[in-house]
Design a protein around this ligand. Sequence first.
Ligand code: SF4
Length: 331
Amino acid sequence: MTRVFSGIQPTGEPHIGNYFGAMQNYVKLGEQYGKNALYCIVDLHAPTNPAAYQPELLAERTFEMALANLAVGLDPQQVVFFVQSHIREHSELSWILTLQTPVGELERMTQYKDKAQKLESTPAGLLMYPVLMAADILLYKADTVPVGEDQTQHIELAREIARRFNHTYGPTFPEPKAVYAQDALRIPGVDGQGKMSKSKGESSTLGLFESLDSIWNKLRVAPTDPARVRRTDPGDPEKCLVGDYHKLFSDDQTILEVYDGCRTAGIGCIDCKKRLMVGIERTLVPIQQRGAELRAQPDDVRDALEHGAAQARQIAEPVMDEVRGKVGFLG
Ligand code: SF4
């Protein structure tokens, strides 16, 4: 039996990189695996990033991320969709797994090293982050984890943590494996400065709930293939972020026409961008409408998360009972 687990950071309003890189895949996997697809907004992880963490915004960002996933079509009746801090067992299992995890292994994590070197004093929580991530997965005995390639090392560690626990206490956890969806890392930012990323600011991102006017204003001035200095110069759509975006938003016929038009200088960049806007509008308007409906009925979002938490608990509680027994706590 396959069981999928994925953690979603509560970063507030997601952008199209999140949508094509992760959220769309959650919907597809949900259709395939139903209640064996678990999606968790990982709010316990958020405070480990002091640069991005603001306590007064965390609840709102968690809610917004839940709303966004529902707006893109995640069905909370079909999958198990919940908030990490609503299930106390995440923290408890994390502690138990911490007891067996060598500090040296945690210190070797590339993301930890990158983040720690920017800080004057390193919180222990930053070091323990991958253990909590392992607990998130193992608490549900999930074996399949859709992630970006930047999480490969953490999933390897989760496998090692599962192996170590199983070796000490007997077979308990499956060793989870990473599966890679279309990678959000490869979706370029609209400013042309590498991947689309919230950390680079709004000039890099096209938000799922951003107004079409605002999106057009960014797109209009977005860099194109530098070879097209004049309208009559042919270009290469493979070297242009607008060309990349067409692959995400436009139908096959449009892609064929604009790619050919670009290579033969038959289409100007502004016209090419206008045609892209048609696809963006077709994709985003239904999501934005659904988002507005949910925003008008916030209890529907909260109810969905409560329902999800109840179902997550049904899986997590017996697993924790098993773990407590094996570790030797008095029942
Ligand atoms: Fe980019 Fe389109 Fe201009 Fe080609 S025609 S360089 S794909 S914006």
